[in-house]
Design a protein. Structure first.
Length: 272
C-alpha cells in the first residue's frame, strides 16, 4: 500500500493508503473504532481486487498514523468527520467511490451523507456497522471498552486484547492478533473516550439514501448485534442484507474469500 498524507478542512493531517488499479472503479474503506487502515490488508493486498479496483483507505482522526489531537473538541463534531471523508475523496480525485464502512465507520458514513449528500459516491457497504446509536444492539464485546478508557496501562492492555478477540467468532491466527494489537494500542484512552462520547446518531439519514446499499453482517457478532442490520435494512430503500453465518464482527477477515467476491460484485453493479 502506498501511503500519503492530506489535510482535512480543520488542518488535521490524515494518513491515506492506496493500492490497486488507478484506473479502476474506486473503493474507499473506513475502519472501525480503535483500529487502523491496516485492518483492510486482506482486501488492499488481494490480487484480484487490485487488478480491477482503485482501493483507498485512511486512518480516521486520532487513529493509526493520522494526527491525534489532545483537544477533545476535535472529535465532537460530525461535520469534521464528514469533512475528513470529503477531503480524501477530493484530494485523491476519487470518481464516485463506493464507501465501505466497518463498525463505528457506519456512523462516519452517516456523518458524510448528512453533510455532503450522495452525489459524489456510487454506493455504500455497511459492514457490521453502527447504523445508529440504539444501545439495545450493543453486544457484550462493548464491555471491554470500560478499561480501554482508563489511564491504567496494565488494564488497558488486557482490555484491548479481549476486545480484539471479541471481534472474531472463530479464534484467528495469533499473527493476526499481534498485528492488530500494535495499531490498537496507538490510540490513547483520551481519544477513545472522545469518540465514544459523541452525540448519539438517530440513523434518520438511512431512509434518505438514494444509492445502492449492501449490509454485510456476521450472525455471531458480539460487538454490533445482528438485529441492528436486520431491523434497519427495511428502512433503507433497496438495501441488500448479506448474513455471514458462523462469523463474528469481522466478515472481511473471517470469510475473506466470500467478502471480497461480494464486494467486487457490489462495486461493479454500483459503477456499471
Amino acid at each position: 500500500m502506498r501511503q500519503t498524507r492530506i489535510s482535512s478542512a480543520d488542518g488535521l493531517n490524515l494518513a491515506v493508503y492506496e493500492a490497486g488499479n488507478p484506473n479502476g472503479p474506486a473503493i474507499l474503506f473506513l475502519h472501525g473504532f480503535n483500529q487502523a487502515s491496516l485492518c483492510w490488508h486482506l482486501q488492499m493486498e488481494d490480487r484480484d481486487l487490485a487488478a480491477r479496483f482503485r482501493m483507498v483507505a485512511y486512518d480516521i482522526r486520532g487513529h493509526g498514523a493520522s494526527d491525534q489531537p489532545e483537544d477533545v473538541a476535535r472529535y465532537a463534531h460530525e461535520a469534521d468527520f464528514a469533512a475528513d471523508t470529503h477531503a480524501v475523496i477530493t484530494a485523491l480525485g476519487l470518481n464516485r467511490p463506493v464507501l465501505v464502512g466497518w463498525s463505528y465507520a457506519g456512523r462516519l458514513i452517516n456523518d458524510y451523507v448528512r453533510h455532503h449528500g450522495t452525489g459524489a459516491i456510487a454506493g455504500i457497504n455497511y459492514v457490521g456497522a453502527k447504523l445508529d446509536s440504539d444501545p439495545a444492539f450493543n453486544g457484550p464485546g462493548n464491555d471491554h471498552f470500560r478499561d480501554m478508557l482508563r489511564p491504567d496501562l496494565a488494564r488497558e492492555i488486557i482490555a484491548v486484547e479481549k476486545f480484539l478477540r471479541a471481534c472474531f467468532f472463530l479464534p484467528p491466527p495469533e499473527k493476526t492478533i499481534a498485528r492488530a494489537r500494535y495499531y490498537n494500542m496507538r490510540v490513547t484512552p483520551r481519544t477513545r473516550r472522545a469518540h465514544l462520547t459523541r452525540s448519539p446518531d438517530d440513523g434518520a439519514v438511512l431512509a434518505t439514501l438514494d444509492v445502492p446499499v449492501l449490509l454485510t453482517q456476521g450472525s455471531r457478532d458480539t460487538l454490533v448485534l445482528p438485529g441492528l442490520a436486520q431491523s434497519r435494512a427495511p428502512l433503507i430503500p433497496g438495501a441488500e442484507l448479506s448474513i455471514y453465518h458462523g462469523v463474528g464482527h469481522m466478515p472481511f477477515a473471517e470469510d475473506t474469500q466470500r467478502f471480497n467476491r461480494e464486494l467486487a460484485a457490489f462495486v461493479t453493479r454500483c459503477t456499471a
